[in-house]
Ligand binder design. Structure first.
Ligand code: FAD
Ligand code: NAD
Length: 399
């Protein structure tokens, strides 16, 4: 009998943990396993605000997939997924196609624009390694240009972040730390630089602990960040963002962080979805598709306590991957399928430098303690993925 073929799409948090767990759980004669990813490297999306602001080298956020996935056990295909043909059990790639018996979809998220015009054309919205490089290069270019202009371009040194969710806050935290260094490096007075965070909701970090939000806002304001709260962005233009009744904030740089939707491959492949996310069955399969698991940002699960979806996070993607690998093993080798229940350990967000905030269980964390915790969380992922060796090689220094 032919071995079943498991195909994993995406080598992010979900895909990498699924692959590394399957390579341990399953013998070569039990299944053929293929991992497909756009690049031959894996990156930690959760670190990308740092290279985007230029406070970390992009290389630090990525690693060759083959450094943690055993290519003797797992067949790696570097290609771009174009569509999933569920009826034919086929995945169409840019340069070929793959047949599968079992499929794991872990293709992550894309920027949510909510239909705001001009985002794709004028804002930086790609939270990938190359997207982070583009943001950093553009920011540095604005500083380099400034003193070479006789007529100063309005808004050249204005940097606007759209959305005061965790991504927007973490990015402005890093950028506000870096600006004084950039000013020094390019001989520019600090007051020439403007940093805005534009948020539609009545508060930054809506839904998060108000004391922690206040701490974060006060700290960022002390570094010169200006919050425009209750201010939905209506349009992004080549010279800034349009808010309110047509008022424009002139900004050469608009970084888009207003939330995410699941990979466009989900919609293109005809799955029932809500903003690119599939409401999965308790064992993480797509409804009506007993051989397709959906994990990470492509999956939607409801928090029954508040009857709202859980926010898409790496924390949940990793936990889903463990259950997905276990359920694939059970389907092929026999055993009970497990149901998924997220174990939310808390949320910790960096604010740049040695600052952070966090809510872990009933504890609120601030400043250095939260910053230490954040680094431990980042390192814990490396530990789960590749053991102590990977932490020593790629991990963050706790202090
Ligand atoms: P990802 O990790 O994004 O991986 C998707 C993979 O699929 C990537 O390798 C990508 O290249 C690949 N891919 C995509 N499309 C294709 C295609 N068509 N063909 C082939 N390959 C493809 N969450 C937390 O829990 N804690 C945090 O501190 C945190 N910080 C964050 C900071 C930032 C700046 C951002 C942007 C997000 C943060 N998140 C955080 C959210 C977290 O990063 C995501 O929830 C998590 O990455 C989702 O994991 P995933 O496996 O679904 O997708
Ligand atoms: P988000 O949905 O958490 O926040 C987006 C923000 O943008 C919201 O506050 C929203 O009100 C605002 N917004 C929406 N439309 C707007 C508009 N037109 N103009 C102005 N503001 C607008 O999205 P995110 O911050 O990108 O985070 C995505 C996911 O990643 C979330 O699940 C988040 O929890 C997770 N994340 C976690 C961490 C962490 O744990 N440290 C860090 C980053 C991201």
């Amino acid at each position: 009998m032919n071995k079943p073929h498991i195909v994993i799409l995406g080598a992010g948090y979900g895909g990498m943990i699924t692959a590394t767990r399957l390579q341990k759980k399953m013998g070569d004669n039990e299944a053929k396993i293929t991992l497909v990813n756009k690049h031959d490297y894996h990156y930690q999306t959760t670190w990308l605000h740092e290279p985007a602001a230029g406070t970390m080298l992009p290389e630090k956020t990525r690693m060759p997939i083959k450094s943690v996935v055993d290519f003797r056990k797992i067949n790696f295909v570097q290609d771009e997924v174009v569509e999933i043909k569920t009826e034919e059990k086929k995945v169409l790639l840019k340069d070929g196609e793959l047949d599968y018996d079992y499929l794991v979809v872990g293709l992550g998220a894309e920027a949510e624009t909510f239909g705001v015009p001009g985002v794709k054309e004028h804002a930086y919205s790609k939270w990938t390694v190359n997207g982070a490089r583009q943001i950093k290069d553009h920011i540095e270019n604005c500083f380099a240009k400034y003193n070479n202009q006789v007529e100063k371009e309005e808004g050249l040194l204005t940097f606007a972040v759209a959305g005061a969710g965790f991504t927007g806050i973490e990015f402005i935290g890093e950028l506000s730390e870096r600006v004084p260094q950039l000013c020094k490096q390019y001989d520019i007075a600090r007051e020439k630089v403007k940093l805005y965070v534009v948020e539609a909701a009545p508060t930054a970090l809506p839904g998060f602990d108000p004391e922690l939000v206040e701490y974060a806002m006060n700290l960022l304001e002390s570094r010169g960040v200006e919050f425009k709260i209750n201010t939905p962005i209506k349009e992004v233009t080549d010279s800034g963002v349009v808010v309110g009744e047509g008022e424009e904030i002139k900004a050469s740089t608009v970084v888009w962080a207003t939330g995410v939707r699941g990979s466009s491959i989900i919609e293109r492949s005809g799955f029932d979805n809500m903003r690119g996310r599939i409401k999965v069955e308790p064992e993480l399969r797509a409804p009506g598709h007993d051989n397709i698991f959906i994990i990470g940002d492509c999956a939607l699960i409801i928090n029954e306590e508040i009857n709202r979806p859980y926010p898409p996070t790496a924390q949940i993607a990793m936990q889903m991957a463990e259950i997905c690998a276990s359920n694939l093993n059970a389907l092929i080798n026999g055993g009970e399928l497990k149901t998924f229940k997220p174990d939310i350990k808390g949320t910790v967000a960096s604010l740049g430098g040695k600052e952070a905030i966090g809510a872990v269980g009933s504890r609120k964390l601030y400043g250095g303690t939260a910053n230490f915790m954040k680094k431990m969380i980042d390192n814990r992922y490396l530990l789960l993925l590749g053991g102590v060796g990977l932490v020593l090689k790629k991990g963050k220094k706790p202090f």
